[in-house]
Design a binder for this molecule. Structure first.
Ligand code: SF4
Length: 724
């Protein structure tokens, strides 16, 4: 007889957070978009539609813990107890000898909130270091800092519903048609229903999102602030600002006015490489509209001046009063499925749980009391952030690193430096689902993790919507949910009484063979409750939530009590989270601090994603049909630059930068302007050559406030590759 089980869950790729209905039967899995889900109403993009193939294909899965005692010896299969004892012995020894800041954890926006919470508790509350950062540092830490500066706290003010109400969209440094497809379809729907809707796209590349644009401002890379300042000037000049809102709810307007009047619109247009009339046109549409959304992603965030770019853009919402109103607000699009959940639990080296500050003694005391540890144990200083962590590893300041669910050997900038760092590290733990991660080659200890559908937990998408993800499948081999791995490590370190989540219920150990252990993940709800209680009284209060509620519907935070319906829109009352209650308008300098071009390296390389691949392809790379769109790495080059270097379509091109080189096939395209080339970031060494890895050439510069790397601006040169 056919056994069928159906669950409602959430896509584990991007921050849009689409609902999926998965059915398991005797022949495997099927899935479809959840027609009742408020995010996608049944739609799925190519990646989400193929997730069941990834979940069913175990050919690449890590199945058992493996360990090696020295870099010269081979890795051997071990049981979980041996693996945990080894990890604890090394971490105890390193911390005793060199102090708590000699170890680090580099985790992922793919983790569930419970997993993020528990590892942060362990590291910041018990190991005594804040050296825990996440690959979300690479995508949204800039927006976190900008929101905090301008709105008083890291708070995305809007809802996807605002897309359905918006009259003017300003999409900057984002290609949602490819990277947030279901959200982009909502914009298309809005425009189809209301053709008078205006879409402005700002991007140095002519991306697929431009097909919907009424106006594409194809600015020179790095000139975003100049453009936003010019639009602000034009709005002020024409009186198309909301003085009542500015006076009642903001501060800093006079300083902004002074700053933006330093350049005329004509001067700004010349710097940006666009026409003055187009800046005036954009300002006119913004000035006249009743609803105005600014949407942005990596093009703004991944920059050495990313925070300024964010602030200058948010200024446009503040001076026009387009925030806290239907159809209006600043809206940073998160890349990863649970980057937002990570922010809630303080999953970055620069923050504490529930948006609390490491630097505030009262905040540390609140968290310490909740965790049952002395307040002195929680570090008062930020820890090493993503790039800093690997630089510290290379210089031997950091001795041991635990890498969870991310592939820094491909995804971090200056990847050769990252490889060197991992080579030199005294001890590397890699906890992952896939054997296709390039980072695995450096692991002294490999820990197999459970994947999507194999564990229970929650995630928060780009519009603060929390979803519950049920467990449907057993993990293969001895793989365990990440939360349970962290709890077992805590136990091995001697902190087990503070991490009892998996001790109760059917014991994992009771299901074990001699070395095999099957997880029940029974404690995820307990972790969630503990996390939710720690948010009580804060601006993201979700103490009204638990699994019982979330199993019935998704909810947008804050949800401060059991009867609260969730919160669509923040700041509707015009009161912000700053001490004064006013939003802060920041005058932003428009100088760019990115790596300089020169005659040796005259071109700007910008990297990004393609439609059907995700991150370093450890999952999407398994699905053949996802390679039909773009099946191999390539470099987009404008015809002018191609001719100058005698490069023709499909030629192999050598791209040289100051730190390394790349070799990719040429795609001659007018989607990039002369002087700019584009390469996708997905490909690593595995299955390709070392020369396909875009981050061979990118630079480790980062924004000084957000520490987010500058992936969008690397000085390079190109030449046709002629084999010897
Ligand atoms: Fe998944 Fe994002 Fe595609 Fe939705 S848009 S199906 S969340 S990858």
């Amino acid at each position: 007889m056919t056994q069928t089980k159906q669950v409602r869950t959430t896509c584990s790729y991007c921050g849009v957070g689409c609902g999926i209905v998965v059915e398991k039967n005797d022949t495997g899995l099927t899935l479809e978009g959840d027609t009742n889900h408020p995010v996608n109403q049944g739609r799925l993009c190519s990646k989400g539609r193929n997730l069941h193939h990834v979940a069913m294909d175990h050919s690449d899965r890590l199945l058992y813990p493996e360990m090696r005692l020295s870099r010269q010896s081979p890795r051997m299969r071990v049981d979980w107890n041996t693996a945990m004892r080894r990890a604890a012995a090394v971490f105890h020894s390193v911390i005793r000898r060199y102090g708590p800041d000699s170890v680090g954890f580099y985790v992922s926006g793919q983790l569930l909130t419970e997993e993020y919470y528990i590892v942060n508790k362990l590291v910041k509350g018990f190991l005594g270091t804040s050296n825990i950062d996440t690959n979300s540092r690479l995508c949204m830490s800039t927006a976190v800092v900008a929101y905090k500066k301008s709105l008083g706290e890291d708070s995305v003010p809007v809802s996807y519903e605002d897309i359905d109400l918006c009259e003017v969209f300003f999409i900057a440094g984002a290609n949602p048609a490819w990277c947030h497809p279901i959200l982009f379809q909502r914009i298309e729907d809005r425009k189809a229903r209301h053709p008078e809707t205006r879409v402005i796209v700002v991007d140095p590349r002519r991306t697929e999102s431009c097909e919907l644009a009424d106006l594409h401002l194809q600015i020179r890379p790095g000139t975003d602030v100049t453009l936003y300042n010019a639009i602000a000037r034009r709005l002020i000049e024409t009186g198309q600002i909301d003085m009542r809102f500015i006076e009642a709810h903001t501060e800093g307007f006079d300083a902004l006015k002074e700053k933006v009047f330093e350049r005329t619109v004509d001067e700004a247009a010349a710097i940006c490489g666009v026409r003055s009339e187009h800046i005036e046109l954009a300002a006119g549409w913004i000035g006249e509209t009743r609803s105005f959304l600014t949407l942005w992603a990596m093009g703004l965030n991944q920059s050495s001046i990313g925070v300024n770019k964010n602030l200058a853009l948010i200024n446009l919402n503040l001076i026009t009063g387009h925030i806290g109103r239907p159809g209006s607000g600043p809206f940073s699009l998160t890349g990863q499925p649970n980057a937002m959940g990570g922010r809630e639990v303080g999953g970055l080296a620069t923050m504490l749980a529930a948006h609390r500050d490491l630097s505030r003694p009262d905040h540390r005391a609140e968290v310490a009391a909740h965790w049952g540890v002395p307040a002195e144990l929680i570090p008062s200083k930020p820890g090493l952030t993503a790039v800093e962590m690997f630089e510290a590893l290379r210089s031997d300041k950091l001795k041991a690193i635990w890498i969870v669910c991310t592939n820094p050997s491909v995804s971090l900038p200056d990847a050769t430096m990252v490889d060197e760092a991992l080579e030199r590290a005294r001890f590397v733990v890699v906890q992952d689902i896939s054997s296709k991660s390039d980072t695995l080659q450096y692991a002294d200890l490999i820990l197999p993790a459970a994947g999507w559908l194999e564990k229970e937990g929650t995630m928060t998408n780009s519009d603060r919507r929390i979803s519950y993800l049920p467990r449907l499948l057993d993990p293969p081999g001895e793989a365990l949910p990440d939360a349970e791995i962290f709890a077992r490590f805590a136990e091995a370190m001697g902190y087990g009484d503070h991490f009892p989540y998996f001790r109760s219920g059917p014991s994992a150990a009771s299901e074990a063979g001699s070395s095999g252990i099957r997880s029940t993940n029974a404690g995820a709800a307990d972790i969630y409750d503990e996390h939710a209680m720690l948010t009580r009284g804060t601006n993201l209060d979700i103490s009204g939530l638990d699994y019982d509620r979330l199993k019935h519907s998704t909810m947008q935070w804050p949800v401060p009590d059991r009867d609260h319906p969730g919160t669509k829109r923040l700041f509707a009352d015009g009161r912000f989270y700053t001490d004064s209650g006013r939003a802060k308008i920041f005058p932003c300098d428009d100088g760019n601090t990115s790596e300089a071009t020169d005659p040796d390296y005259p071109l700007i390389l910008t990297t990004g994603r393609i439609r059907d691949q995700w991150h370093t392809m450890t999952r999407t790379g398994k699905v053949r049909r996802l390679s039909q769109h773009i099946g191999r790495p390539m470099i987009e080059i404008n015809e002018v630059d191609a001719m100058r270097s005698d490069i023709r379509e499909n030629d192999l091109v050598q791209i040289d930068g100051r730190r390394g080189s790349l070799r990719l096939r040429a795609k001659i395209s007018d989607s990039v302007p002369p002087g700019v080339i584009f390469a996708p970031m997905h490909w690593g060494k595995i299955g390709r050559s070392e020369k396909a890895r875009a981050n061979n050439v990118t630079n480790p510069l980062f924004d000084p406030a957000s520490k987010e790397p500058d992936f969008k601006f690397t000085a390079v040169n190109i030449r046709r590759h002629r084999p010897l």
